[in-house]
Design a protein around this ligand. Sequence first.
Ligand code: HEC
Length: 106
Amino acid sequence: MKNIVIAAGLAVAAVALSQASAADMMALAKSKNCLACHAVDTKLVGPSYKDVAKKYAGKPGAEATLVNAVLHGVSGGWGPVPMPANPQVSPAEAKQLVDWILAMKK
Ligand code: HEC
């Protein structure tokens, strides 16, 4: 009985951990102001993150291209509005954010 309770507790902790990391990425995106212009599902000023993931799915070099876009800004890929550079984001944070976005296929 005691073992079952411990196992159940561990399973709950594992679920909480994986949810925390998705929530952490949301919090990071929010704290870096990405969500002022982007949403996961909806086009705002910039494309939805799911649309970005779809466009770059399976493309070699997508991660490096997008890390560069996030850090230095980009224009002409989605419409008339450019994305400004994001100097508040470190290269490591940009890579984390891009990996999170690229995993949103479908
Ligand atoms: C001021 C509004 C604004 C902010 C803030 C912003 N973006 Fe963007 N983002 C855009 C626009 C507009 C585009 C489309 C640019 C284009 O047409 O090439 C874009 C495009 C992108 C793309 C696709 C780039 C490409 O080359 O296809 C990614 C990835 C992205 N943004 C991630 C981020 C992340 C991560 C942050 C936060 C660090 C962020 N954006 C902050 C407006 C913004």
